[in-house]
Design a protein around this ligand. Sequence first.
Ligand code: SF4
Length: 215
Amino acid sequence: MGTGGRPHSHTLPVVETFHSLQGEGIHAGRSAFFIRLGGCGVGCSWCDTKQSWPAHVHPQCPVEELAQQAEQAVQAGAAFVVITGGEPLEHNLDPLCEALAGAGVPLHLETSGVGALSGAFRWITLSPKPHKAPAPAVLAACHELKVVVHAASDLGFAEAMAAAAQARAPGTPAPELLLQPGWDCAAGQELVVDFVRAHPKWRLSLQSHKWLGVR
Ligand code: SF4
């Protein structure tokens, strides 16, 4: 900090922010403010946010500015804030979560689980990828396990992830279990419908925002 200056703000690469409805998972259909951070090295072939992969092409935004945007969204009706990406855990999320605490709403994280867990979240959605194993700490902390299904092998992976996620400290609730067909993937849709019908601990997740044509 220079003489008479303000402390340097913590910044993060931001792809976009927007206020919409959560499209996926247990909280689908609820008003939410989204912060999409840049940076992801996981490399899923079906990724629908490939523009988020290189962090350096996205502007660095001070966490205080993101918190201001979140507070305005909450005044406009957002019930919670979602930190998504990209892979948000490529960054230390502690400063962002501290800044967002003033918004007074729950903070949700959407992650593939690759990277060290940081920040403080009311809800963690873990969407693990078969080609990059999630960190055990994220598996143990997630509230929702959401596996994308393109092929039958993804169902076996989902069961293995569920077993791993349920091995957690006594008294810690088990995560909700969701299967989400890959977008525009007829085989995935059929597999998920058949599997959920036969395995009631799982439930279907749809990308409802895409069906509706909203963000
Ligand atoms: S982890 Fe998410 S953002 Fe990264 S490549 Fe996979 S789907 Fe895309």
